[in-house]
Design a protein around this ligand. Structure first.
Ligand SMILES: NC(=O)c1ccc[n+]([C@@H]2O[C@H](COP(=O)([O-])OP(=O)(O)OC[C@H]3O[C@@H](n4cnc5c(N)ncnc54)[C@H](OP(=O)(O)O)[C@@H]3O)[C@@H](O)[C@H]2O)c1
Length: 310
């Protein structure tokens, strides 16, 4: 695959995809985002951009992303913009780069809201959780577009379901960071302030699966030349961590002696969300995931470098 276009290559996931592609030295890599002057919502301009230099692959990391609260407060805008991004991408690729492979990282909030173990065969068996309706349901529609464009136009897609992602390169603003990075950021702040206690929201018990952002970039890139994967596959390890376990791991890496307290007036959400890895393991038996301790260490190092000195 010579020419790769990364949509949203300035975002958290997209930047790592661009880095990974660039490091390999085997591809001509381009990124587009509004910050770089191309708005995918402007269909005509976006289509012309593709027509001028049709890519062999489109890795789709562009989205209107935000917290659960944001997805509720701005539900209409989030649903419309994300759906329009997907529709414009499929239509522009069909018209201007019909031989290109599209790679979509779908998020695991697209699973039924009540499934604690997320297995691909259950993906559409029940509604997404009400709190993530705008984000989750659009991800399901992305699959619908992939399948319908395949049927009518032969468009090639690789769909993945990715769990919550963490790692270096995220925002520094605690209100904008992704979940696990937010705990790292808050714990660094608490340590710098000399705090002896740290408050965890909820009971600290809910179990969640995580993916290291460089691993996500690697699987998105490595899968480009594989056979079509329209029905999405979990990018999964079948391994979950509780919030307390994560906080303990982070303070160990920080060398910070702190006592955790719990604000149990805050909701926990689902007790567990773990992703089944059988399909992934059968397809990628040799994929090596970055150990959590290494990923957390790299994330801490990133924030220690990027934050202003304490
Ligand atoms: N991060 C996670 O935990 C996670 C987990 C699973 C799946 N994913 C999926 O991975 C994808 C990327 O997530 P992320 O966390 O990397 O998001 P992000 O950091 O918010 O990045 C979004 C990117 O999309 C670009 N973008 C937004 N609207 C655009 C538009 N109209 N035209 C062109 N570019 C546009 C943004 O740049 P501009 O604002 O400059 O346009 C930015 O580069 C999403 O589909 C998300 O669902 C993420």
């Amino acid at each position: 695959v010579a020419n790769v276009l990364v949509l949203g290559g300035t975002g958290f996931v997209g930047r790592h995809v661009v880095d990974h592609l660039t490091r390999s030295g085997e591809h001509d890599v381009r990124s587009i985002s509004r910050g770089e002057g191309v708005d995918i919502l402007e269909a005509e301009r976006f289509t012309k951009y593709l027509r001028d230099a049709p890519p062999d692959a489109v890795i789709n990391c562009a989205a209107h992303v935000g917290s659960v609260h944001y997805g509720i407060a701005q539900a209409g805008t989030v649903a419309r913009e994300n759906m329009q991004l997907v529709m414009n991408m499929y239509e522009a690729v069909r018209q201007a780069a019909p031989a290109a492979t599209i790679v979509n990282p779908l998020a695991n909030c697209s699973y039924p809201g009540d499934s604690s173990t997320q297995v691909e065969s259950d993906w559409e068996r029940g509604p997404v959780h009400d709190s993530v309706l705008a984000f989750g349901a659009v991800k399901r529609m992305t699959y619908v577009f992939a399948e319908c464009y395949r049927r009518e136009f032969g468009t090639r897609t690789i769909n993945w379901i990715i769990p919550n992602t963490y790692g270096p390169g995220d925002h520094l603003d605690p209100n904008k960071v992704h979940a696990l990075n937010g705990i790292v950021l808050r714990l660094i702040g608490a340590r710098n302030a000399g705090a002896e206690t740290f408050e965890i929201w909820g009971t600290g018990k809910p179990l969640r699966e995580w993916a290291y952002v460089e691993d996500v970039a690697r699987i998105l890139v490595d899968s480009v030349s594989r056979p079509e994967q329209i029905y999405p596959v979990n990018f999964a390890q079948n391994r979950s961590y509780s919030v307390t376990e994560l906080a303990e791991l982070i303070v160990r890496e920080l060398g910070y002696d702190v006592e955790f307290t719990y604000d149990t007036s805050k909701p926990d959400g689902q007790p567990a969300r773990i992703m089944d890895d059988a399909v992934f393991r059968a397809a990628f038996p040799d994929f090596e995931f970055t150990p959590m301790a290494t990923g957390v260490r790299n994330t801490i190092a990133y924030y220690e470098r990027a934050l202003p000195p304490a």
